[in-house]
Design a protein around this ligand. Sequence first.
Ligand code: F6R
Length: 359
Amino acid sequence: EKGAYPYYMLKEIDEQPTVMRSLIKHYIADDGSVTIDDALLNSMKKADRLYIVAAGTSYHAGLVGKELFEGLMKTPTEVHVASEFGYNPPLLSEKPFFIFLTQSGETADSRQVLAQVNKWGYESLTITNVENSTLSREATFTLLLYAGPEIAVASTKAYTGQIALEAILAKKLGEEKGVSAATSFDVAHELTMVANGMQELVDEKSQYEQIAANALATTRNAFYIGRAIDYDVAQEAALKLKEVSYVQTEGFASGELKHGTIALIEEGTPVIAIITGAKTANHTRSNTQEVLARGANVIKIVSRNLAEDGDQIILPDVHPLLTPLLAIVPCQLLAYYTSLQRGYDVDKPRNLAKSVTVE
Ligand code: F6R
């Protein structure tokens, strides 16, 4: 039931602050302590390396997960596309632990890897939105997103839900390992700030509709750029735009653009820069100058504390490891409006199914 909403995608984008609050309610007690099954925590604490396996948007949530597990838990983490892992598995560490990220819990590429992991005899966790789904049943442990059904083909609230749940888990594990970055990370407070920030962003819809009309409605191609955690978001932002608007879009590491791909920049090519990292902000800004000089139509999405005159989209400030949760919201809305402006059914893009149960 989309109620007053014209499309599920818009409803699901709007639900993201609620998803944050629901995760806090399910996983964090009133005193701020995280409540997660001890057996899962013990199994993960023993691991010398985490292997996150997923597809599509869930893979992009895994990229941010790496920042969270390495930042808060200090455990080396690799992120793998399921369809690649299946045929070309990496050399494993002595004590690997596997995390499957999957909204539907039914993605065939991920199921194939889990079957292999079970054959090897390693323990695993599935983070999913669907209770009793195949990947949930076949993994050792499950954590649910409690995000409510996601109907639109383009995943939105599952992405932010997965990242928030990874943050909760990384906080708890880091705390138990005595990592100071984790003990000082008040995850309930930080996610509440995120929920409030998301609400501010979804309340400003007309702004994104306007930017989409000016920059994206008739373009042939587009780029999202960023560095570090902002590059993780750039990749998801690009997938969102391309899958619902059919605009050929690449998510690119800002610094890598000049090593070849900058040849694609023409008069008016949209280049959307994501700037939330204090260490990388100036470097990404100088990359926007390089493309501007070649005629690009530059749009900047910037955290408030790093904002400068002329930046078009300003994000409320949150913890540096959680900025993807805010940065993705304007990108989801830009994708949504671009699709509508180009005359497409945003909930059911061509050639796509909600869950990909074939290899
Ligand atoms: C993109 C999208 C897909 C899925 C991917 C994995 O918006 O929805 O890329 O993220 O097919 O699906 P799940 O998470 O169900 O395993």
